[in-house]
Design a protein around this ligand. Structure first.
Ligand code: KG4
Ligand code: ZN
Length: 337
């Protein structure tokens, strides 16, 4: 039994986030502070800057969600903090802050695997009518992670495939940079692609048609790099962006089809991660899911990208199962599901 709202804390990468969820999973309050402005001058996330920014902002964001919900720390039923995988500085900030609150207010502490947070988001009450039952296929498509996961139960995850080189978001970001777009490149590339002709440039479609559901994007990035000298006009750039996006969507759909084949009895295809914001990617995956007679579940974007709602929710699922973690639990920069 969980005796009060659960506070979720997320500081594993470049979003500082907090959320407060009622024991039944109702979202009472949520807050996210992006560090985009701090990292943009460097064209990527700088770990030391990230850790310091988490340290500077996490306490205020925790106060903010409790204030919005009209409760104090003594009313909480537990603390759930991301303890890995991610950048170690931020993980230490988030986990240590959470442990401090747990000690001060005698609360159960849950060390949440960030990937488990993404994996369980689809089960948040109210997201899908009737809920999502195990097992389901999770496609985790972000800047740091790119994998197909069989979600078979709470704490029961089987990685079916992952990337051999770059994550798909990384491929978007690197290709966008080559096209002269600002970081993070995914959204900018999608916008540019909207006015492009995807048939003009012929790019390789890595892994397409191969068995299994691993990914590879470095060859595609190289092909984009080789096409850059041929670009003269804005239309050329848009055409290359459109070709790139089409290839990525096709490859993801192909991999998703094989992954579904590896998980008989799947109840749904679920996407998470920033790349799930891409409309072409969503459309390609939706078509694949419907071909298999399954729904595609794509949480709202704010719950697809890094957030603390998913961490609090994973904490609630674990607390319900009676699982807590000791206060000497060590954050882990690498922590496969
Ligand atoms: O999940 P996320 O916010 O953070 C982590 O990487 O953990 O994902 C960010 C990634 C970036 O690589 C970004 O370029 C990509 O998601 N992204 C997109 C779009 N929006 C974000 N990629 C393609 N199309 C988009 N609309
Ligand atoms: Zn993430």
């Amino acid at each position: 039994l969980i005796r009060g709202p659960v506070l979720g804390l997320e500081a594993s990468c470049d979003e500082t986030a907090t959320a407060l969820l009622a024991p039944d999973g109702t979202i009472l309050a949520e807050a996210v502070r992006s560090q985009l402005a701090e990292h943009t001058p460097y064209g990527g996330v700088v770990p030391e800057i990230a850790a310091r920014a988490h340290l500077a902002h996490l306490p205020a964001l925790a106060d903010q969600v409790m204030r919005e919900a009209g409760i104090g720390p003594a009313d909480l039923g537990g603390i759930a903090a991301t303890a890995g995988p991610g950048l170690i500085g931020g993980l230490i900030v988030g986990a240590t802050f959470g442990k401090g609150m747990a000690i001060a207010h005698n609360l159960p502490f849950v060390a949440v695997n960030h990937l488990e947070g993404h994996a369980l988001t689809a089960r948040l009450p109210g997201l899908v009518e009737g809920g999502v039952d195990f097992p389901y296929l999770l496609l985790l498509l972000s800047g740091g992670h790119c994998q197909c996961v069989a979600v078979e139960g709470l704490g029961r995850y089987r990685r079916l495939g992952s990337t051999l080189d770059d994550a798909v978001g990384e491929a978007f970001d690197k290709s966008a940079k080559l096209m002269g777009l600002p970081w993070p490149g995914g959204p900018a590339l999608e916008k540019l692609a909207a006015s492009g002709d995807p048939t003009r440039f012929h790019l390789p479609r890595p892994m397409l048609g191969r068995p299994g559901c691993d990914f590879s994007f470095s060859g595609l990035k190289t092909a984009v790099a080789q096409s850059i000298p041929k670009l003269a006009t804005d239309q050329d750039r848009a055409d290359l962006a459109a070709a790139f996006q089409r290839v990525v969507a096709a490859v993801l759909a192909d991999r998703a089809r094989n992954a579904l084949g590896m998980l008989p009895g799947a109840t749904a295809m679920v996407v998470a991660g920033g790349v799930a914001a891409n409309q072409s990617v969503r459309a390609a995956l939706a078509a694949e899911a419907s071909r298999a007679g399954l729904p595609l579940i794509a949480p709202p974007i704010r719950l697809c990208t890094d957030n603390a709602v998913m961490i609090a929710w994973a904490g609630i699922e674990r607390l319900r199962a009676g699982w807590t973690d000791p206060l000497d639990h060590a954050p882990r920069p690498r922590w496969p599901l």
